[in-house]
Design a protein around this ligand. Sequence first.
Ligand SMILES: [Zn+2]
Length: 291
Amino acid sequence: MPTLAELRQFARYHLVRRVYDYPARDPEMDVVTIGYDPDAFEAEIRAFEGRFSVREALRVTYRNTSRPVLEVETPNAREATQRVLVLSGVHGNEQAGILCVPPLLERLDEARASLARVAVRVLTPVNAVGAAEVSRFNAEGYDINRDFRRFYTAEARLVRDAIASFAPDIVLSLHEGPQDASFVFSNARCDVAQVERWLAEIEAKGTTLARKDYFGSTLPSPGLSPATLGSRFVVSLWANSLGMMAANGYCAERGIAELTLESSWKGTDREARIRAHVELCMAVVRTLATR
Ligand SMILES: [Zn+2]
């Protein structure tokens, strides 16, 4: 029998109702923070204006303050033939998925000439309030990544609208989890052989691939949790009974490939956690640039 604490934990991650009335830290998740500062991050992203287009896509007000969700886009949207949408910080306490954005933008800028065919748009942090409060949840206590069916949250609606307007070929959602190393969930629209090549690339660049996912299940190949008939059944059951859907399921319904990267939030090596995200994004963009 699960304990009451385990049932509470399950409900917190899997039910659509508000889990809190406000963004709250979850100390039992044992997330190792790696120094996200909301004001410094905002200034750092805004300083990319000129090399990228930077705009405030959404401002979320809570208590007596507010936080912006920034949209950063490469300047080649018109001539590009491939599009990558990066969702950074859907869960605010998964800091590597946010702190990877400045080094990723530097890398995209350096490789600009060879990546001219690929437009990249980044939303960061999608959960701006959760990021500032070191919380998985948004200002109202919702998990944004359970809200891609009902769209109660402004943040999920922002992502939905970005998918509609930007029409990405692939969506990369940058997360972290409690497992020991990095893995990706690939949705049913991903080419599994291609995802395995990307994983081999990030492994060659120093990312340790997980053997088990965060449920403790052994992965079919290192670092890869592909959509299966079973997982698709659970996703549809979840959507139809509880009205919940994550971004990967929403993309799958629209024929869009989606990769959710999960690095380990237990890692104390800040650079290693960030590197997994930067290198996966770069591997994907480089491949699309050759299409
Ligand atoms: Zn997450």
